[in-house]
Design a binder for this molecule. Structure first.
Ligand code: T5A
Length: 207
């Protein structure tokens, strides 16, 4: 089962994913957690380039770099783990490209979908958890937990377009997405995620 975590900055994806991973492992499931961009040696180097505030990257180049990291991650880790019957948790995936480079930067969505299909071989998540938070609140959390990277430092308007983009993506494919109120206290968010994922795993006979 392939589960992705999506949403604006600072929604708590990384924190909650670590919590979920522990629970899944404690259940005896073969689960791994990954992040995008990154997750492989090549991907982590691409991540450094993409998030460095000194990088001046054209929107198309930015999109292709995110896609290159994703292609490597799918081929080297995600697909083999899924083929072995495991659970993959991924902190961001292709929907981030549609939301950030498509809705945020204004790149053509049809082209982005084609490039993404090529990069991933058409692999789509079984479940996408949308950590929904007001962009200003998410960025404030992000600022409180460390420095702002190149993507965090985009304008607030950009981050609002990203969130609106996510809402449009979710509306177009409601069966795959579940909205999580990421402004709720952490314990509430964790409880909701455990419940949602538990139901999906149980429906597949995995727990
Ligand atoms: N990107 C990525 C693209 O533009 N295109 C793409 O195709 C892809 C794949 C990645 C950047 O790249 C962009 C999107 C991103 O801008 P990143 O650092 O991986 O960079 O960015 P994020 O995934 O957004 O990571 P963040 O750290 O910003 O957000 P998280 O992971 O959602 O939040 P988290 O868990 O780190 O929490 C942030 C802080 O909030 C606290 C945590 O303790 C932490 O201090 N917190 C809460 N506080 C109160 N209540 C809660 N419920 C809380 N949950 C967490």
């Amino acid at each position: 089962m392939f589960i992705t975590f999506e949403g604006p900055e600072g929604g708590g994806k990384t924190t909650v994913m670590a919590f979920l991973l522990e629970r899944l492992l404690a259940h005896g499931l073969s689960a791994i957690s990954l992040r995008e961009p990154g997750g492989t040696h090549v991907g982590e180097q691409v991540r450094r380039l993409l998030l460095d505030t000194r990088s001046d990257i054209a929107p198309a180049a930015e999109m292709l770099l995110f896609s290159a990291s994703r292609a490597q991650l799918v081929e080297a880790i995600i697909r083999p783990h899924l083929q072995g019957g495991g659970v993959v948790l991924c902190d961001r995936y292709a929907d981030s490209t549609l939301a950030y480079q498509g809705f945020g930067r204004g790149l053509d969505l049809t082209a982005l979908r084609q490039i993404t299909r090529f990069a991933t071989g058409g692999l789509t998540p079984d479940l996408t958890l949308f950590f929904d938070i007001d962009p200003a609140q998410g960025l404030a959390r992000r600022q409180g937990s460390g420095g702002m990277d190149r993507m965090d430092a985009q304008t607030l308007d950009f981050h609002h377009r990203v969130r609106d983009g996510y809402l449009a993506l979710m509306a177009a494919e409601p069966a795959r997405w579940v909205r999580i109120d990421a402004s709720a206290p952490l314990a509430v968010v964790q409880g909701t995620v455990i419940q949602v994922v538990g139901e999906r795993l149980s429906a597949r006979g995995m727990i």
